[in-house]
Design a protein around this ligand. Structure first.
Ligand code: F6P
Length: 511
């Protein structure tokens, strides 16, 4: 395979943009095309690319870039650093045009979004229509035709970037709810491509999905893919039921026979669960690094060496159940079951979607509650809740995981929740306790966690106390079993399983 531009040329071009393009031996995987662009045999497409624009004073910001937020990037970045291929995505800054470049060993193809696109496609349709609709309508979804029009237009822009850079017969893996129309757009213009789609968030039951005025177009968009992956089998089932109900699709077991305008089957789309995971090696290695272990001890010392440190780590999102967690913790302080001398709760809430109304309201509420709890229970020496509205580099996160005796994952609905998996992986001594919501996808795999319903505040309080008072032998037994599950199901296996299934020849099930 041959690059259409030499590595040197690309390096020169990208140096102009202040990036490390073309310097990391990633030219393999490109193929010559008729026009003057690099073409790739494998492409990942997601709304965000793995790095995001930042200002130098923000923690974790290096040379104007930091790791993008969210589970999607956590899961896919490790694979892409080891794979020849390109990642198509938005780099987080509106109105900035960038040429393709390379960063951290990954070839990146930026898609430009204007300020208005960000407002209508990203903040609007993706995060104020689809996000709440797909997460059990915890917040009311808004339906606006102008948002939908921009969603379609931006999906087309992502599809066009793929069409331009995909080699003949390439494999394209489209990611997440922001890009559900891309599979169909690709199939129409490039039937030579193998098209996979993975939904990182839940897929709602048809009774809720029914609210979406554009439900048929979304299902049709997804059915452009050969393989549609979901976190849980219940998500795959919800999708299949919606395909049958809203498109009248002929669904047999996990297959949909997709018909063209002439009524003939064009291809068979399959829907299946592929529970996502994390880079186990990276987290385990960090957890055993002397400087990370020392940093964990430092964190404990800084908090006054309490008997128990509890930890929550979330994007500041209303799906994460942060309010429920704080309510339960406040009541435990009130009941005297925990005291500020003996226990401290660290809540990392990384900034997210800050211009979306629901997120603004949530921030106000969470910060008001934290202020109230601390005002009531703090002493000169001790703080009840250490609240940190930042995102941190992975080394600091692992130090926090090591410092924490109890991890609280109280999501009201979550596709997977990789924080739960990271915590378990970091506990190389088999100690610590995980309190895990049954509404997080991770609950399907981490059955030895202390599973609970976060809406049941009394139940949540009891579960937190069980975790705080757990005997070391029971903690070790649970942690060992959970570690075994994760260590044998890391993210490399997840991507390999998905991509293997995508290449499988589908046997038509006409029974
Ligand atoms: O993992 C789910 C996800 O929604 C990703 O699609 C998204 O990139 C991430 O979480 C973080 O959200 P955002 O990109 O809106 O900051």
């Amino acid at each position: 395979m041959q690059a259409t531009e030499s590595a040197e040329h690309r390096a020169e071009k990208h140096q102009e943009h202040g990036t490390d393009a073309g310097t990391e031996g990633k030219a393999a995987g490109h193929q010559g095309g008729t026009d003057d662009v690099d073409r790739f045999d494998f492409m990942v497409v997601s709304n965000r690319m793995p790095v995001d624009r930042c200002s130098p004073d923000e923690p974790g910001c290096e040379d104007g870039w930091r790791r993008s937020p969210g589970g999607l990037v956590t899961a896919l970045a490790p694979m892409m650093t080891k794979t020849d291929g390109a990642w198509v995505g938005w780099h987080g800054a509106p109105d900035e045009h960038l040429e393709p470049f390379s960063h951290g060993g990954i070839d990146l193809i930026p898609v430009q979004l204007s300020t208005r696109d960000v407002e209508l496609y990203y903040e609007g349709f993706s995060n104020a229509t689809l996000w709440p609709l797909y997460h059990d309508v915890i917040a009311p979804p808004e339906f606006h035709r102008a948002w939908w029009d921009t969603y379609r237009k931006v999906n087309k822009r992502f599809a066009d970037a793929v069409i331009r850079h995909a080699a003949e017969g390439a494999t394209v893996w489209v990611q997440d709810y922001q890009l559900q129309l891309v599979p169909r757009m690709l199939r129409e213009q490039r039937p030579d491509l193998k098209i996979g789609f993975f939904n990182h968030i839940p897929f709602p039951p048809p009774e809720i999905f029914a609210q979406l005025p554009w439900r048929r177009a979304i299902i049709d968009g997804l059915l452009g893919a050969d393989l549609i992956g979901f976190q849980r089998s219940s998500d795959a089932g919800n999708f299949m039921r919606s395909a049958r109900r809203f498109l009248g699709a002929s669904v047999k077991q996990q297959q949909v026979h997709v018909k063209g305008a002439d009524g003939q089957t064009t291809h068979i789309a399959r829907a299946q669960a592929f529970p996502i995971s994390i880079d186990v090696k990276q987290i385990s290695e960090l957890a055993q690094k002397p400087e990370v272990i020392e940093r964990a001890k430092q964190i404990r010392r800084d908090l006054g060496n309490p008997k128990t440190i509890l930890l929550g780590v979330d994007r500041l999102d209303y799906t994460k159940g942060i309010r429920h967690r704080l309510k339960a913790y406040e009541e435990l302080l009130e009941d005297g079951k925990v005291t500020v001398e003996d226990a401290s709760l660290i809540q990392v809430a990384s900034p997210s979607r800050e211009r979306v109304e629901q997120y603004r309201l949530l921030r106000e509420e969470v910060e008001g509650t934290v202020g109230h709890i601390n005002g009531t229970y703090d002493t000169m020496q001790n703080t009840a809740v250490r609240y940190l509205h930042h995102s941190y580099p992975i080394e600091e996160m692992v130090a926090l995981y090591l410092a924490a005796d109890v991890m609280l994952v109280t999501a009201l609905r979550d596709g997977m929740n990789l924080v739960a998996k990271e915590y378990v992986t970091a506990r190389t001594n088999n100690d610590g306790a995980l309190v895990l919501s049954e509404f997080a996808g991770a609950a399907d795999q981490l059955k030895q966690a202390l599973l609970m319903n976060p809406h049941d505040i009394d139940g949540l309080k009891d579960t937190i106390m069980r975790a705080v008072n757990m005997e070391p032998a029971e903690a070790a037994r649970r942690m060992r079993a959970m570690r075994k599950q994760i260590l044998t199901n890391d993210v490399d296996l997840w991507s390999a399983d998905f991509l293997r299934a995508l290449q499988e020849k589908v046997v038509r099930d006409d029974s």
